[in-house]
Design a protein around this ligand. Structure first.
Ligand SMILES: [Zn+2]
Length: 166
């Protein structure tokens, strides 16, 4: 009856808080639209009150050496998550899912015109944000039209530069 020998390996789990789950679902849908099938298993997402994470400031993706458990840690502090706008929360989750589920590394080059090429940029924020304070300058500060391109690039790094960057 007794098991001996191999150390038990903990099974991987899927455990994502509600406030993040909608972005994860959206990520899966956007992948599907582009012919990429993503299985939602083996993923933990945690929101930490504060704290330095290595590498990216607002989030990280790690994978355990023992059982391969993937884990995304998001930082709650201020503009990382707590007080930022919808589009930037989504972009942060998508960036970390890019690391965790698409095995993407950082990509820090820029488009003609200076916008980041990729959501996998390690420093940029506000990739496709709406205006935080729309006061008669919506046309200039509303970048939501860029979302389609950034999602195209996330799932296929070879996508050509978008019209708006030329
Ligand atoms: Zn990153």
């Amino acid at each position: 009856m007794a098991c001996s020998g191999d150390d038990p390996v903990e099974p991987t789990v899927y455990d994502v808080p509600k406030v993040v789950e909608k972005y994860v679902q959206s990520f899966v849908e956007e992948g599907q639209k582009r012919g990429i099938d993503i299985k939602l298993e083996n993923l933990i997402v945690e929101i930490k009150a504060t704290g330095a994470t290595s590498g990216d400031e607002c989030g990280s993706c790690t994978q355990a050496g023992t059982n391969g458990q993937r884990k995304i840690t998001l930082v709650e502090t201020g503009l990382c998550w707590g007080t930022t706008i919808e589009q930037n929360r989504e972009a942060l989750v998508f960036h970390e899912l890019g690391h965790c589920l698409l095995q993407r590394d950082h990509r820090d080059d820029l488009l003609p015109g200076g916008a980041p090429v990729s959501l996998m940029n390690s420093r940029a924020v506000g990739f496709y944000e709406a205006c935080a304070y729309p006061i008669g300058n919506e046309d200039e500060c509303d970048k939501r039209y860029r979302r389609t391109y950034y999602l195209d690039e996330l799932f296929n790094a070879k996508v050509p530069a978008p019209d708006w960057a030329r």
